[in-house]
Design a protein around this ligand. Structure first.
Ligand code: KIV
Ligand code: NA
Length: 275
């Protein structure tokens, strides 16, 4: 069954945790879809884990659309949520609506995600009015890395905690159907999840959120430039891949690959005639 804004809200109401993983291509989308992950996030973390940038600021609308199309082709049942990248919604409400529409039309997304709270409510409201589901993202919002002075846990002071709760309530009132809480203390995330009616999805925000999200290269130990505290490596696929690459190299060099069963035959008669 296709996951929708309605089914996801029902999961929160019934206490059934929502699962989300990042996804950037067709093959991975198929695997996650078969594993019955509720939501695939085409995150702008694409910047670091796929494109090799230091932060998310360089990713473009065209980059995001390219990957969104690939993921949507592999997602039969999962809800495909796509990040609006930096500079696609900050400058104006027109930009926000125009780019959200592009993500739906060209990227074949089921909804868009953008970073911010009270400050982006006009954008959220306008996108929702264009009949596009919006997920807000508050707490540690990586597009603000320069303003934060680094990737730091947010909401630790009383003032910051109050601001986070205010942001959550504001984006809900603006029409967001979901909120990602990133890098906030677990007890604060629990409080936020109770205060609002829409589902919260946590990353580095403890177990009381209505769902969880991880970057798949992190949870499979494929990406190892750095490992945040909140990452659990569910399998060391990176090691398995590296071993397979080395085995391939060895077999090619010693001539044991390709073997008979990997090759196409032709009659000796034809080959003899060639000389
Ligand atoms: O881009 C991303 O991967 C994200 C998740 C970390 C929530 O926004
Ligand atoms: Na993101």
């Amino acid at each position: 069954m296709k996951n929708t804004v309605t089914s996801l809200q029902k999961q929160k109401n019934e206490g059934d945790k929502i699962t989300m993983l990042t996804c950037y291509d067709y093959s991975m989308a198929k695997l996650m879809d078969e594993a019955e992950i509720n939501m695939l996030l085409v995150g702008d973390s694409l910047a670091q884990v796929v494109l090799g940038y230091e932060d998310t600021l360089s990713v473009t609308m065209d980059d995001m659309i390219h990957h969104s199309r690939a993921v949507s082709r592999g997602a039969d049942n999962a809800f495909v949520l796509v990040d609006l990248p930096f500079m696609s919604y900050q400058a104006s409400i027109y930009d926000a609506v125009f780019n959200a529409c592009r993500m739906m039309k060209e990227g074949r997304a089921n909804g868009v995600k953008l970073e911010g709270g009270v400050n982006v409510c006009p954008q959220i409201k306008a996108i929702v009015e264009a009949s596009i589901p919006v997920c807000a993202h508050i707490g540690l919002t990586p597009q603000s890395v320069n303003a934060f002075g680094g990737f730091k846990v947010q909401g630790k002071t009383e003032e910051a905690a109050r601001q986070l709760i205010e942001d959550a309530k504001a984006v809900e009132a603006a029409g967001a159907f979901m909120i990602v809480l990133e890098g906030v203390p677990a007890k604060l995330a629990e409080r936020v999840s109770k205060e609002i009616n829409i589902p919260t999805i946590g990353i580095g925000a403890g177990a009381s959120c209505d769902g969880q999200v991880l970057v798949y290269q992190d949870m499979l130990a494929i990406f190892s430039d750095f490992k945040p505290k909140f990452v659990k490596q569910f399998a060391n696929v990176g090691e398995i891949m590296k071993q397979a690459f080395q085995d391939y190299k060895t077999e090619v060099k010693e001539g044991s690959f390709p073997a008979e069963e990997h090759t196409y035959a032709i009659s000796d008669e034809i080959i003899d005639k060639l000389y």
